[in-house]
Structures are given as C-alpha cells and as structure tokens.
Design a binder for this molecule. Structure first.
Ligand code: GCU
Length: 607
C-alpha cells in the first residue's frame, strides 16, 4: 500500500515538473552556464548570419597551440620580435565539414585543428547577439577577438555563446579550437565502430535578437491526446511578463496566454489538425509571438505511445519498418550535414520501404531530422552513450545531462522524432551504469513525456536456440530493444522458425534494433556458405533466416537492419574484404544494392 502511495506521489511530482520546472532548468542551462549555453531552438527561423565558408586553419598535432596562445594572433612588436605561428599562409578548410575529408594529411587525424574566421559585423542598438554552432567534434574552445568565450564537449549537439557587448563594430576575429581526440570519460568513450570525423562539422551562425526574446518553446500534442496541444513558451531577457500568442493560420487558430514572472507561459489548446504520419506527413506553419519577438516554425501533430504490447501512432498499431543510418555521405566519404547529404541517405531508406530511420549512434544534423519529418520518416534520436562508458567518473553525470538537454532541446518540436534512445549496448556490470541510466530515463521523461524512451541492449543470452532477454533498464524503457547478430557473430543453434524467446517484461513491445552480417558487393567466385569470404549470398541467407525468426518473436513491433550503407570504421581491417569499412550495409558505399537488400525490401512490402 505504502509503495503505491509513493509511486502515485512520484507521478504527481513528475507531472508538475514536466510543465513548470523543466523550461526553467533549460533557461538556467541557457543563461548561466560558464561553458557554452544550451542552444536556442529553431535557429534557422531567426534569419541567422552564417559564418560558413573558408576558414584559415593551423594544424596542431602536438597540441602546442594552447601554450603559444594562437588565439591571440600576436604580431611582431619590434625589429627583433618574431611569432612562431600564423593563420596567414596556412591551409583553408570549408566550414561546415569534417576536416578528415578535406586534406589528405588529415584523413586519419585525431588532434587539434585551430580554425579562424575574420568577419565584419554591425550590431543594431538594443539588440543581443548569439554565436551558434550546429556541432564541433569533439571538444571546442571558442575565442572572439582574443578573449575566450568558453568551451563545449560533445560532437553531435548544438551549443551557443552570447556575445552581446563582446562583438566589435566592424572587423572581428573568431578562433575555434576543434579537438577530435577520443576521451576516456567522454560520450562516446574511446572505442566505437564508426569513423572519427573531426572539426566544425555543422553550421556556424550569428543570431541577433531583441533584449527579451523567445528563447525556447515546446509545442506538441499532449501525451495520449489527438486534439490537445500542451507545452510552454520561455522568454529570455529582462521583460518577463508579456503576452504570448500562438497562431496556426491553416487551422484558423489563435491562442493567447501570458508569461509569469519567470518569463514562462504554459500552453494548452484544442487543435483539430490533420495528424502527421508516414503516409501523410502534414506540417503546419506555426508562429509564436510575444510583445517583443516573433518566431515561425513548421510543426506537425501526432501521438506516439505504447499500449500493452503495441506501438500506436495516432492510436493505430504501427509496425516500425526501420533501418540504421550513420551520418556519413558514402559518396563523399565524409560526415553528412547538408540537405543534399541527408537526402542521399533518406531517399535510400524510403526506397527500401522504411517508415523509420534509427540515427545511429548520436544526434544527426538538424537537416536530417527536419528532412526525415518532411519525407514522412519517423526518427529514432540517440545519444552517444555507446558501449564502454565510464559511468563512475565524476564528470559523466553532468555530461549525460548536458547532452540530453541538447538533443531534446533541439528536436523536441519535431513530431517526426518518436523515440529518444539513451544508450546503446552498455553493460549491466559496469559500475554505476544502471543508476546513471535510470536517472537519465527519469530526466528524459521530465523533459518530454510525449515520446517513447528506450535503451538498446545486447546482453541477452542465446542458448539451445532460445533467447533469454533481460536487463534492468527494460523496466524503465517503453520498448524492449534488442541488438542481435545471430547468423553472423553467433551461429544459429537450430531452425530460425523454431527459435524460443524468454523475455522479461513480456508485456512490452519488442524492437529488433540491429541484426545482419557483412558482405562485399559483387564478391563472386568464392564459397557462399562460409562467413570468412564476405559473399553476398552468405549475407542474404542471414536475412532470410532472420526474417523467418521474426515470426517467432512475441510482441514484435518493428525491426531495424544494421545498416543501410557500408560505412567507414577503421577497426574493420580485413584488407581483402573490408579495407576500413564495416560491410554490413544492405548497399555498398557506391550505392549498389546487395542481395540482402531485396530480402528486406520484400519483407517490408508485406508488412
Ligand atoms: C553493434 C553496434 C554497432 C556496430 C555493430 C557491428 O551492435 O551497435 O555500432 O557497428 O554492432 O558490429 O557492426
């Protein structure tokens, strides 16, 4: 009895936190962090000045640039003075874009590249100015006109600095240290199965706002509702008490409210909108106005929930026909970022017959999330909490919280995002792993109760053709999410059609988030029944067996082959068949469809 009362009280506290405490915390992150701030939402709608293009660089393999303080850009002060660094006379790199793909000397580089951008600016009176980065992998140190603005850790989420009063009228010099060395207590840690693309990998923009602007907002359907929008608008600046108006012209809807003393306005209104779905990816022009600011967004409305052992989209059961995607344009052999890059990946997912893309294993660019939503592809957004994480390290909790805020903060108004995945293949035996990830799950729920939350697990056992699936995190996850490679890393132990399953939390939907095996496209005249020859036929057989096994899985709500394209991963060192590529793609890095592609294509057509 006592336990029920506690859980009921816990639920009450959580629901209050959801609406009121959360935006306040995000404002705190935004306004007070000594490091970079949590970025404002929907930057593209603020008519930003982008600083993209050619940046001068100093390549600093020994990391001596810090000691030389290159950001000061000193010049000789006398006839006997000389300076042993300069941006002048050095190489130029394109921003955005990983540095690995721009200079052969940087192909495998893990270290520091100093970037410099000279730019002119003239700020209008009474305006504020923010410097916004879409992402820098992995650690960024940012200097403006020789003064340090701050730093940011994390290679896949946006951050910003307020530079009001720090920008000069006329010419300014921005220096960014980008260091892509892997970090033992990082997210991810030092070991991961993808290419470590470094540098300023996404847009750099200047955003000008009024003294009190709309810093953040959350506008989505209330959990479990098809016609009620629930959310909030958070102002940033001194004038806290203002009128707020949300307008959706196509619905002839105009909702008015007011902010409280903290600049926060609660939002709740009825909305008879067309619901977003893969078959009808309907998005509405939505404007958010305050007395001193105005922002336009394109927002869709849909409901995603788990009911019993099913996933419901807009209250109808849906089978998640997914595919894994890394953020790499296979043709450019580079970190993907542009709309053209993401269309390469998303068009291929559509052609395969998917209705969901799992953005492995880190938040992809905002272009990817927005384009997927426009194309009617649901999105699985994932944090780089990947395998070996030092959960006992004292700095990890703050890093986990920061990246959670940055991922949810950026994408919370994207109805296409239906899953927040908070970890991939971490291990129950790692000290403090369960505690840290359970806490993360609760924080994610408090930030956003409208989406599914999960952890990807591969600790199941497979013996006597029977899976025993259990992990402490499943209790806190909306899905039982399983990575399994039967037929590749682990041979079958019986007929796929006779596979048995013992699944703890058997009332939850089960999602197979990774499966597959490797093949080199066009690899002919080799034995097709031996894994070590990387034949397409061997991979094809894995897919035939896996799709047969899927019929044995109770509560199966979706599957997600690993993965769409062959992609670069330097640990894949078989120099006959891999050559630095993970060859589990259904397509080669040249876009050639392997035999296995047709198995999944056929399977999805029948779903
Ligand atoms: C793991 C992991 C992937 C990895 C894959 C593989 O399950 O999640 O990141 O690339 O297996 O071994 O290819």
């Amino acid at each position: 009895m006592k336990k029920n009362r506690i859980s009921r009280n816990y639920r009450i506290i959580l629901s209050i936190a959801r609406i009121w405490v959360v935006p306040f915390i995000s404002l705190f992150f935004w306004a007070n962090s000594a490091h970079a701030q949590t970025a404002m939402v929907n930057v593209q709608s603020r008519n930003p000045t982008n600083l993209n293009g050619n940046w001068q660089v100093i390549i600093d393999p020994t990391g001596i640039g810090d000691w030389k303080q290159v950001w000061q850009e000193r010049k000789p002060q006398s006839k006997t003075d000389f300076i042993e660094y300069s941006f002048e006379g050095g190489p130029v790199l394109k921003v955005p874009g990983c540095f690995n793909s721009q200079m052969c000397e940087l192909t495998y580089f893990e270290g520091t590249v100093w970037y410099k951008k000279q730019f002119n600016y003239s700020i209008s009176d009474g305006k504020r100015l923010f410097l916004h980065f879409g992402a820098v992998n992995y650690i960024a140190e940012v200097y403006l006109n020789g003064q340090k603005l701050g730093s940011h850790e994390g290679g896949f989420t946006p951050f910003q600095f307020e530079i009001t009063g720090k920008i000069k009228e006329g010419e300014n010099s921005l220096v960014v240290k980008a260091d892509n060395r892997r970090v033992k207590n990082g997210l991810p840690g030092t070991g991961y199965d993808w290419f470590n693309y470094g540098g300023i990998t996404r847009d750099v923009e200047l955003i000008e706002t009024g003294n009190t602007c709309i810093g953040d907002y959350f506008i989505q359907l209330k959990k479990g509702s098809l016609d009620t929008v629930l959310g909030w608008v958070q102002l940033n600046g001194t004038r806290s008490k203002q009128d707020v108006e949300i307008e959706i012209p196509e619905l002839k809807l105009r909702y008015k409210t007011k902010t409280n003393d903290d600049g926060l306005a609660r939002v709740e209104f009825k909305s008879e909108s067309q619901l977003w779905s893969p078959g009808n990816p309907k998005l509405y022009q939505v404007t958010v106005k305050s007395n001193t600011d105005f922002i336009a967004d394109t927002i869709g409305f849909r409901s995603i929930e788990v009911q019993g052992n099913q996933v419901l989209l807009n209250r109808k059961p849906i089978f998640l026909k997914a595919v894994n995607i890394h953020e790499e344009n296979p043709y450019r052999k580079a970190r993907a970022y542009s709309t053209e890059d993401v269309r390469v990946l998303l068009d291929a997912a559509k052609e395969l017959g998917c209705n969901l893309v799992r953005l492995a294993h880190y938040p992809h660019s905002e272009n990817m999330v927005k384009e997927a939503e426009r194309m009617g592809l649901m999105v699985w957004d994932e944090l780089p909490v990947y395998q070996h994480i030092q959960f006992s390290d004292s700095l990890i909790p703050a890093k986990l919280e920061q990246m959670l805020h940055e991922m949810v903060g950026r994408d919370k108004n994207r109805c296409g995002v239906v899953v927040w995945s908070l970890s991939n293949e971490t291990y129950p035996g790692t000290p403090n792993r369960n505690e840290a990830l359970i806490e993360m799950t609760q924080k994610c729920h408090a930030l956003d109760s409208t989406r599914l939350i999960t952890h990807v697990i591969n600790t199941q056992s497979y013996r006597d053709n029977t899976f025993d699936v259990w992990d402490p995190l499943y209790k806190y996850s909306d899905l039982v999410t399983v990575n399994e490679y039967i037929g590749w890393y682990i041979p079958w132990q019986g007929k796929p059609s006779e596979t048995k399953w013992n699944i703890a939390f058997s009332d939850k939907p089960v999602f197979i988030s990774e499966f597959g095996g490797e093949a080199l496209y066009g690899n002919k005249n080799v034995p097709t029944d031996e894994a070590c020859f990387w034949s397409e036929e061997y991979q094809e057989q894995i897919y035939k067996d896996q799709t047969e096994m899927f019929a044995t899985i109770p509560n199966l709500c979706g599957v997600c082959p690993w993965l769409l394209f062959d992609y670069r991963s330097l640990g894949r060192m078989n120099q006959v068949y891999q050559n630095g590529y993970n060859r589990k793609g259904l397509m080669s890095e040249n876009g050639e469809k392997k035999k296995a592609w047709y198995i999944i294509h056929e399977y999805y057509k029948k779903k």
